[in-house]
Write a protein of this length. Structure first.
Length: 189
């Protein structure tokens, strides 16, 4: 109701189905990754899992709030201007975090790492943010929130063709559920 969008049950159901699909895909991808040193310590493993889950839930809530506020904030604003302000203030928020991390002994990145992050930042933060703002302006926060959460779906071709991972039945089920969820959210019967 906040954004003038009536609640549509098929969108809610689609979001739930898509999230279940993404969880299946993500769990299957995590199964193929090597575990680090911390996961071998049983006592710390559970605590790290709880912190990870809490962080993931908090991230989802903050993304939802941010996307909703973004839709309100960009009314009548060009997507380039909206994206510029969004990225600028997001970047400014990192200044105290970087200062604190540096004070606590954060390693200085290598030149190679800086180049890679700059390239990733161009695609992810510059172009990606612009397209995200533009999409929110066109389809709205409700649809865009679900669509943007389906990133693991697009990692599957990379994991199959580049990392040579096998496509499992669980991953196929996750793909199917995610696609069905996306259709339900976008169609909004």
């Amino acid at each position: 109701f906040f954004l003038g969008e009536p609640p549509i049950l098929s969108r809610l159901f689609g979001a739930i189905v898509a999230v279940i699909g993404v969880i299946l895909i993500s769990n299957e991808q995590n199964r193929h990754q090597e575990t680090g040193d911390l996961s071998s310590q049983d006592g710390n493993n559970r605590r790290l899992d709880l912190w990870g889950i809490a962080g993931a839930v908090m991230t989802a809530v903050l993304y939802a709030v941010g996307t909703t506020l973004l839709q309100v904030g960009i009314e009548g604003v060009d997507p380039i201007s909206g994206s510029f302000v969004r990225v600028l203030f997001g970047s400014i928020a990192f200044v105290p975090m970087v200062a604190l991390a540096s004070f606590n002994g954060m390693k200085v990145p290598t030149r190679r790492a800086i180049v890679r992050v700059v390239v990733a930042g161009f695609f992810g933060m510059a172009i990606g943010s612009l397209l995200f703002v533009w999409a929110v302006a066109i389809v709205g926060a409700a649809i865009m929130s679900v669509l943007s959460s389906t990133a693991p779906l697009f990692a599957i071709p990379v994991s199959i063709f580049i990392l040579k991972e096998k496509l499992t039945r669980v991953a196929v089920l996750g793909i199917a559920l995610t696609m069905i969820g996306i259709v339900l959210v976008v169609m909004g019967f």
